[in-house]
Design a protein around this ligand. Structure first.
Ligand code: NAD
Length: 260
């Protein structure tokens, strides 16, 4: 089932059918809860179940922070972040009832690393990382795994932004197999963030340094931060805590018994 607010989605569904695939199209906006419910219901009616959700809808309203209107901010957040939340919410009851589901959210290097002129888009895309991580934790008991993909592909979105050299070699077909694997029953991983594009695939993680800790009796003041900044920011032994609980355990490790 393809869902898109652009009616051309019907042509894409027809193309897939012509190639021998099974596909239907639902026209609607992911920003609209009812449209999302309708699309999920239509998929369940047609195939009896819903196993996979790929949240991929996207728009750009690129402007620097000062020039960005409230509408530019709201539109981007509504489509990328609220849209993924709406579709996930619509799909969740069916997946959790069957104790099986795969959710792939589309993030971006802009969110992971920041990009000039994209405060709205970067906020939405990094928001999706937190959303995905929390869905993955909540989904464990329901058999629902959630992942993020950070693609790089020559598409309608990037066509006007990129020069020919960037377009060459970034066929979206070099991204979709990565999504297909994450969405498959063979993939037992949970909460992966994978960058993919141009034949490159790599795991991305939010990592935290080993850090520094005040000694007993020492006060943590701005001078202490300055003096210990090299240790605080030394990423050599950084790790990626799998949840906030593990992150807190690490932060309090020196003082506590290991339990919080
Ligand atoms: N192309 C890249 O290099 C790249 C890089 C990073 C992230 N992304 C992300 O990948 C996803 C797909 O982008 P793309 O490059 O294929 O761009 P695209 O413009 O070709 O596709 C985006 C699709 O989303 C649809 N859409 C927009 N608003 C919608 C809404 N409210 N409801 C339903 N559908 C809506 C559009 O009609 C369009 O078909 C996006 O989330 C984008 O942010 C793309």
């Amino acid at each position: 089932m393809l869902t898109d607010m652009n009616e051309a989605v019907q042509d894409v569904a027809a193309e897939i059918q012509a190639e021998g695939g099974e596909c239907a199209a639902a026209i609607g906006s992911v920003s609209n809860r009812q449209d999302c419910e309708r699309a999920v219901q239509a998929a369940i009616e047609q195939w009896g179940q819903l196993d996979i959700l790929v949240n991929n809808a996207g728009v750009l309203r690129d402007r620097t922070l000062e020039k960005q209107s409230d509408a530019d901010w709201d539109t981007v957040l509504d489509v990328h972040l609220t849209g993924a939340r709406n579709m996930t919410l619509a799909a969740w009851p069916s997946m959790s009832a069957r104790k099986y589901g795969r959710i792939i959210n589309t993030t971006s290097a802009s969110g992971l690393y920041g990009n000039f002129g994209q405060t709205n888009y970067a906020a939405a895309k990094m928001g999706l990382v937190g959303f995905t991580k929390s869905c993955a934790l909540e989904g464990v008991r329901h058999g629902v795994n959630a992942h993020c993909i950070a693609p790089i592909a020559h598409t309608a979105m990037t066509d006007k932004l990129w020069d020919d050299s960037a377009k060459a070699g970034t066929d979206p077909a070099l991204v979709s197999p990565v999504v297909a694997y994450l969405a498959s029953s063979e993939c037992r991983e949970n909460c992966m963030i994978l960058a993919a594009g141009g034949g490159y695939v790599a795991r991305v993680a939010v990592i935290e340094a080993l850090g520094a800790r005040v000694e007993h009796g020492q006060s943590l003041n701005a001078e202490w931060v300055r003096e210990n900044f090299a240790r605080i920011s030394d990423m050599r032994n950084a790790d990626a805590p799998p949840s906030v609980i593990q992150a807190l355990k690490k932060a309090f490790r020196a003082e506590s018994t290991g339990e919080i």
